[in-house]
Every structure is written in structure tokens, then in C-alpha cells.
Write a protein that binds this ligand. Sequence first.
Ligand code: PLP
Length: 461
Amino acid sequence: MQPDEFRRIGHEVIDWIADYRERVADLPVRSRVEPGWVRERLAPLPERGEGFDGLLSDLDRVVLPGTTHWQHPGFYAYFPSNASLPSVLGDLLSSGLGVQGMLWSTSPAATEVEQHLLDELVGAMGLPERFRGGGVIQDTASSAALVALLAALHRQSGGTWRQSGVDGTETVYVSSQTHSSIERAARLAGLGERAVRSVDVDDVLAMRVDDLASRIESDVEAGRKPVLVCATVGTTGTGAVDPVREIAALCAEHGIWLHVDAAWAGPAALCPEFRHLFDGLDQADSFTANAHKWMLTAFDLSLFWTAHPDVLVDALTILPEYLRNTATESGAVVDYRDWQIPLGRRFRALKLWSVLRWYGLEGVRAHLRRHVELAEMLESWVAGSEEWRLVAPRSLALLTLAHRDGDDATREAMDRVNAAGDAFVTHTTVNGRFAIRVAIGAESTEEHHVRALWQALAASG
Ligand code: PLP
């Protein structure tokens, strides 16, 4: 494709995306296709290049019916994953530049824009100053958890982990509400599930510090080595917030790495009124917040900070001959290849930069606050309802609700709402009871959408 062809077809592609976003609210949120429906409609690969028209028409014919519309205003499932249009343009610019920023020297701007943004966000989000200079973009919070654990293993071993690996006595602490990515990180790090301790939670589903303390103490007495505690600000199920400051004190006492997972709630730190949720973060060793959840940035972009970039780099560094270069050897630059699992890396910072410059910090704060206000509105309706109740306190823009008639009624209501196509909600269980999660966070969700969701739920009663 020559640049002039790119220019012409590129306009068509941008038009296609703009048209899609204009009409996404009219499509059923969830794809309704049966398994195999999409593949049955795909042609064999062409021997000869065929241009772009066929692909664009297949997008309408096959891809759209097989797509669940995450940018739909009625998307309340899982956690919405904002892909604002400025971030789409930023992503396009990143692909257009086509750089691979594994080393500072493979594209200095890719590294330095990223460093600048992550340091600026330390100030904008009120994060601890000890994170300045320790920020990096990961693809996902799952990768962030894994690198945090590897750094923790390295530190706990006194630096021998790189050479000798684990010895089977290392332990990791989560709660029953912690995201499954921590357990997976433990498996990937070779610790096995048996190393993962599931700490009890209290009545608002936050980690119980007394139970954490007793589990750590009995492990220490048994000769095991506690390596990492993962505290969560905004759990996946109900948005519960673990008591980070108290957990941090225990971690400090035992020399344990504290990772704070705020994959969903993290962006809320941009708003001073929500910062109390992050109390104790100044004591954490690492922290993650997904810009691809609630910070208007197209998947994938997870923000990760550590107070110990030296430990992280020491744990992960590897320098084969072909990557040697004078900038690295000068010690004057950051090579982000040593801060992540893969070697290669995209210029992801461009899409975040596009978002932050288009909306400004105030624009992003307004986006967050609007969702919280909508959630407060829905909360007030639930509070006044004789049929529905909240099963956990509202957390920012996440509500967890159940029908008073029990699990079957809740499940039926969810199925009915989802089948109608105007909204999509998912579920969790709270103390063994089935509950609907309403995660308000799509960019285009307005009051009338939430009102319609509530009417649909209420009608199901
Ligand atoms: N942590 C929490 C609290 C989450 O809610 C999620 C996903 O919803 C994750 C981690 C995993 O995020 P990612 O898909 O970026 O790995």
C-alpha cells in the first residue's frame, strides 16, 4: 500500500469507525451469534491481494453481528473498557509510526514520552513521590502483577532468585476477593497455587488484617517465606477496598512486598475527593491502575508504578550482545525492556497522551465524576425499592444488587435485561448469593440509559 492509497482508504476506515460510533447505541449490546457463526462466514485466504473493500464489507456482514459492543452506552458488564476516539487516534499514530520501543535507543521518544506521562500522573493522581521515576506502561494489570511478584521474589531472596529460582517455601497473600491474576502470577512464577493464601474478608468484603497477620505468623513459624501481599482498591466483584495502610504496616514488619491492585478504581485517584480510598499507598511497593478501564484509553494500557525500579530491573534485566548500545552502557537512559515480560514494546504512551491532551485532566475527572453521580442515582432508587437491595455498599460507580425474592429472581431479571439488548450486566456471588453487578463506566452512558436499565430491572420484578 502506497502512502496515497493509505490516505484514501484511511479516510474510508475512519469514516467506518465514526459511523459505527454514531450508531452503536442502536445495536444490541451483546452479540447474539451462535458458536461457529462467524467462522462459517469467513472465506479462505486469497492467493492474490484483493484491496480493502471486501474487508470493510465483511466488517458489516460478519464482524459487527459477532461483536459485543463495549462502547455501547448500555454496557455495564465486567468493567467497561473505554476506547475514546482520541485514544483510537493515538493508537493509529502509534501504529503509523510503527516503532518498537524496547530500548531507549530504538526510539528515544517512545521511552521519554512514557516517562513524562507516568511522572506527570504521579502529581495528577496524588500518588506518593516515591513512585516518581518508577512508572511504566504494562499491557494489562495481570502483567503488572506478575512483574511485581518477580521483583518481590528477587528482593526477598536477597538477589539469589535470578540464579536459583524459587525453593517452594515462598508464600503470597490475597483475599477471597482478589483478582485471579495474582493466583495466575504465582503459578507463572513457579510458586504453584499452594503458595497462595486466601485471607478472610470482613462484612464489606475487605481483607481482614487480623487474619492476614495470623497467616503470615504461622507461615513464618513454619519456616516459609512470605513474599508478597496483594491489597486491592476496588475489587472486581463488589469494588471493596482493602485497608492498605494497616496491611502496609504488617508488610513493613515482615519485609513483605505490598502490591496494590487498583486496576479498575485507580483512575479515580485523579479526583481529590476519592483519594481517601488510596490511603496507605505511600507505603506500597507497587501499584497498578488500568487506563484501559476507566481512563478513556483504548485497550491495552495498564499504568504501573514501583518504588523500587532498581529491584525490578535487577530482577528482569537481560542484555544479549545484539542489544548492547552506547546509550544503555552510559547508564543515562531507561530501557523499558527490563521493566516487563516481553522484550518488544509498542509506543502505547501515544494513546494515553492523546487522551490526556484532548480531555485535559479536568475532562477525565468529569468523566469519572459523572459515572459516580449516575451510580449514586441508581443507588437511591435501589434504596427506595421494595424488590431490590444492594448486597454490598456502592463503590464509586459499581453497584451490586439482588432481588429480594432470591437468586432465581435475580438471575431471571439479569437474563431478561441482557436478552432485550439495550443493556448488558454481569453477575458475581456475594456470600454465596447471586448478585447483579452494574458497573457504570462507558463513555456515552447518560442518565436516561441508567434510568432505562432500572426500569427494565424493576419490570422484571
Ligand atoms: N485486577 C482487578 C481488580 C480487576 O478487576 C481486573 C480485571 O477486571 C484485573 C486485575 C485484570 O485486569 P487486566 O485485564 O488488565 O489484566
